[in-house]
Design a protein around this ligand. Structure first.
Ligand code: MN
Ligand code: MN
Length: 470
């Protein structure tokens, strides 16, 4: 008896949400996933996520930062692919803000700049592709894909394309090789090389004009359809952004429906939970300014105008300083970041029952035990990591605990098993306190990632209390 008392007092054990949460909380977790699945279905690309978010922000009376004066809920969109939104606090912003920073790009397969060709042997019109981010190529073949993206025409007008999501729309397929003939092409190779990037061509169409004797008749017919349907010509592809993503909807998973199966949960699981955590507090009058940031290009290194390395997020905070009537000199901006507290909101790898060996159980996230806190990421001797300060890590962890949020800690796999990073270090380079906290996934970067509704809901609650801390 005495022994177990000592244990309960001194030892740490993470809690299972379904064992310890109240019935009301369990119901709330199940309900929360309904909106999340709808979000995943509406947002398959970064551009679609930005459009979706702006629509909701307007409904919640947020205004563009460059627009009306005197509002306390503002947002800014940059290049249609990254955005930040804030609820202004009563304290000077120079004393720092609380930010939850996620990314809204996802691994996928892009069409090449000049994609369309007629394949001689098969006489089919096909599209060449170039994959985006860390995909396992073998997962993308012989599976229904939808085409999403934007074509910008000579007059600057945009054609938004989404094909393959509705039941009455066609999907696109990258056909895999039949097993009967795969002995030399695939079976003898290791899994990473079995499907070469040059074999990720989409079969686009096959019809030709009646009586046609044209060369490349299938390609010409494909161009006719594209012109009729979208009013675009072959040259318009050269500047377009067109992405192939898994077609179809996010679903409940498990006989208990306790999980969500769907594409793009890295990192839209954290984007959605952060976004809804901010919206839930739109009527609050916080002391510290709350910011939610959606970055782009995380899956390819966060570079460029819309990636987290971009000047955009600093420019946003700079504009917030001016909006609040505070000094926004470069020195003030630097100090503002150095006084700030940031959660790098990205998913982490939960233990997969098929591959427990790649994790070290004691330091891995498991489903249903709440938001996963990773003090550091990186690989091979913490290389390239952001290692959160002990002071800040303790503050965050105890904030979650005091608020009754289910939380756990975990790192990405065994030491030297592999590794990976998030945008944490980029924001930490600006002097802010930054720690990684997010939803654990099984099958990350796959066409159908798996999450736990308990963890999604816990992450939403965790972000909500974090945004409000002083
Ligand atoms: Mn991610
Ligand atoms: Mn990722």
């Amino acid at each position: 008896m005495k022994k177990s008392k000592t244990k309960s007092k001194l030892s740490y054990e993470r809690q299972n949400f379904w064992a310890k949460a109240s019935q009301a909380e369990q119901d709330a977790a199940m309900d929360y996933a309904v909106g999340f699945k709808a979000f995943l279905n509406s947002c398959k690309t970064e551009r679609e996520t930005v459009v979706w978010a702006e629509d909701l922000l307007k409904k919640h009376k947020f205004v563009p930062l460059d627009g009306a004066k005197g509002k306390n809920a503002v947002y800014k969109i940059f290049r249609g692919k990254t955005m930040a939104m804030a609820i202004l606090g009563s304290e000077p912003l120079s004393q720092g803000f609380n930010m939850v920073a996620s990314h809204i790009d996802t691994p996928r397969i892009d069409l090449k700049q000049n994609p369309l060709f007629e394949d001689g042997p098969s006489q089919m019109a096909c599209m060449r592709t170039h994959y985006y981010g860390g995909i396992k190529k073998y997962q993308w073949v012989s599976t229904p894909l939808a085409l999403h993206g934007v074509v910008v025409k000579k007059d600057g007008s945009k054609v938004n394309i989404s094909m393959g999501e509705n039941d009455d729309e066609p999907v696109l397929i990258i056909p895999d090789l039949l097993p009967h003939l795969a002995r030399k092409e695939q079976y003898g190779k290791n899994i990473g090389d079995a499907i070469d990037a040059s074999r990720l061509n989409v079969v686009f169409s096959g019809k030709i004009e009646p009586e046609s004797e044209e060369k490349e008749a299938a390609k010409l017919y494909a161009l006719e359809i594209l012109h009729k349907r979208y009013d675009i010509a072959e040259q318009d592809f050269l500047s377009a952004e067109l992405q192939l993503v898994p077609a179809g909807k996010a679903r409940d998973a498990g006989i208990d429906s306790s999980m969500v199966a769907g594409y793009g949960q890295d990192d839209r699981a954290c984007a959605y939970t952060a976004f809804s955590a901010l919206l839930a507090q739109v009527k609050s009058k916080p002391k510290r300014t709350m910011i939610v940031y959606f970055s782009d290009k995380e899956e390819v290194g966060s570079q460029g105008a819309t990636g987290a390395h971009s000047i955009f997020i600093q420019d946003f905070v700079n504009d917030l300083l001016a909006y609040k009537g505070e000094c926004n000199s470069s020195s003030s901006l630097r100090k503002c970041f150095m006084n700030s507290q940031i959660i790098s909101a990205d998913v982490c790898a939960a233990i997969n029952p098929n591959y427990p060996n790649v994790h070290e159980k004691q330091n891995a996230v498991i489903f249903n035990h709440g938001i996963g806190i990773s003090k550091y990421t990186g690989s091979g001797g913490k290389y390239s990591c952001n290692d959160a300060n002990a002071e800040f890590a303790a503050k965050v962890l105890h904030t979650f605990e005091d608020a009754g949020v289910f939380w756990q800690t975990g790192t990405l796999g065994k030491v030297d098993e592999g590794g990976g990073g998030t945008i944490a270090y980029i924001l930490a380079n600006l002097g802010a306190e930054v720690i990684d906290c997010g939803v654990g996934l099984m099958g990350m970067h796959s066409l159908c990632e798996l999450s736990s509704k308990a963890d999604l809901y816990s992450t939403y609650k965790a972000y909500r209390v974090f945004l409000a801390i002083s």
